[in-house]
Design a protein around this ligand. Structure first.
Ligand code: NDP
Length: 337
């Protein structure tokens, strides 16, 4: 399949124009375009321009409010609640991030609950800014149900990612891991389908509950949690933290609404920010953590999570990125070209 090369400026420009054309406000389009551009910059294809159609479709279906203005509720010294007002999660996250960071500095630890939000991004984006500001951060978000419970056959949990970010001294970018609790992100299965490739074993079961490597059967059936029942427990924890605590919709509740536009469901999100200097490790906490990272990296074959992204980040501003011709066609159409 031929691919089209784009600069990051072109990615941002097209994303912004397409989102605005779909009825998303200028302010929200700027944030969401940044989410997609940042994903492309860091080599996360499944959350870059690939998502444009879904963002546009769910707004045009009237299910997500592209013009929503998030409302902040300062409920307690260590707690911020952000109502995304049935819009996308990224503008809500950006609206609350500084208040969350300030609260974490004041209290040592603070949490932000985001409700009535449609999350369609890579979760590392939400913790990256907090860790860049020197805070340890954790994020949890649920999605529409796609993943079977341990031993189950039907879609129950979302693909439910969690992200963990640890700031590093001396201008080093933070260590961040961001992983779905399913064996793969759903976007990866869609990309395999688009490219006519079989799935690795262990990613999914078909509608009868049999293991499958066929992307179509996997999308009709259910994804599997990573690591069997252990991953299923993480998926359950994410549903409870992101939704049970915050008062959103569980994946199966969103699924029951049966929307078919391909965009994100309305779920919940929890972010926790921690000031590393305020716990037992004090000012030396980050330097001490570097010993662990050194120890990990002293063995051949290891790397820290996020290193791959940072390597891509160093290259794409000059090299640009590539997208499949078919996606380029879709984006042009969404931009009205
Ligand atoms: P991956 O399995 O690709 O990667 C998970 C993490 O493991 C990354 O932080 C990655 O770092 C790290 N990693 C990979 N290989 C190694 C290695 N050899 N050594 C050390 N660390 C490693 O992610 P997923 O497929 O589970 O998820 C992909 C994305 O999908 C995530 O960004 C997630 O937030 C998003 N998602 C979003 C959802 C939503 O509803 N909004 C739902 C589900 C998923 P690196 O990036 O450097 O490779």
């Amino acid at each position: 399949m031929s691919r089209v090369r784009l600069t990051l400026a072109e990615v941002r420009d097209r994303a912004t124009r397409g989102l605005v054309r779909a009825g998303i406000s200028d302010e929200n389009a700027a944030v969401i375009a940044d989410v997609m551009t940042t994903a492309e910059r860091d080599g996360c294809e499944s959350h870059g321009l690939f998502r444009m159609q879904g963002y546009c479709d769910c707004v045009q279906a009237g299910r997500t409010d592209g013009k929503a203005v998030p409302v902040l509720h300062d409920d307690a010294p260590g707690l911020l609640r952000v109502d995304a007002m049935h819009g996308f999660a990224a503008p809500a996250m950006i609206a609350g991030r500084q208040v969350l960071a300030d609260k974490a500095r004041e209290q040592g630890i603070a949490a932000m609950a985001v409700t009535n939000a449609h999350h369609y991004a890579a979760l590392w984006y939400d913790v990256d800014g907090l860790a860049e500001a020197g805070l340890v951060a954790m994020g949890f978000v649920n999605s529409q149900s796609f993943v079977a419970a341990a031993g189950g056959k039907r879609k129950l949990y979302g693909t439910n990612p969690m992200a963990f970010a640890w700031p590093r001294p001396d201008g080093q970018p933070p260590m961040i891991f961001d992983q779905s609790s399913s064996a793969s992100a759903r976007g990866e299965i869609q990309i395999h389908r688009r490219e006519g490739r079989s799935l690795p074993e262990g990613w999914a079961i078909d509608p009868d509950g049999n293991p499958t490597t066929d992307p179509e059967a996997a999308l009709a059936g259910a994804q599997l949690p990573f690591g069997g029942y252990k991953g299923a427990a993480i998926a359950m924890m994410v549903e409870l933290l992101a939704v049970g605590l915050t008062g959103g919709k569980f994946g199966f509740e969103s699924h029951a609404e049966g929307h078919t536009d391909g965009g994100p469901s309305e779920g919940g999100q929890l972010l926790i920010a921690i000031d590393p200097a305020r716990f037992g490790g004090g000012d030396g906490a980050l330097a001490h953590a570097e010993l662990l990272f050194q120890e990990i990296l002293s063995e051949e074959g290891t790397r820290l999570p996020s290193t791959r992204r940072y390597e891509m980040r160093a290259r794409t501003p000059t090299e640009g990125i590539t997208i499949p011709q078919s996606l380029d066609d879709t984006i042009r159409e969404l931009c009205g070209e």
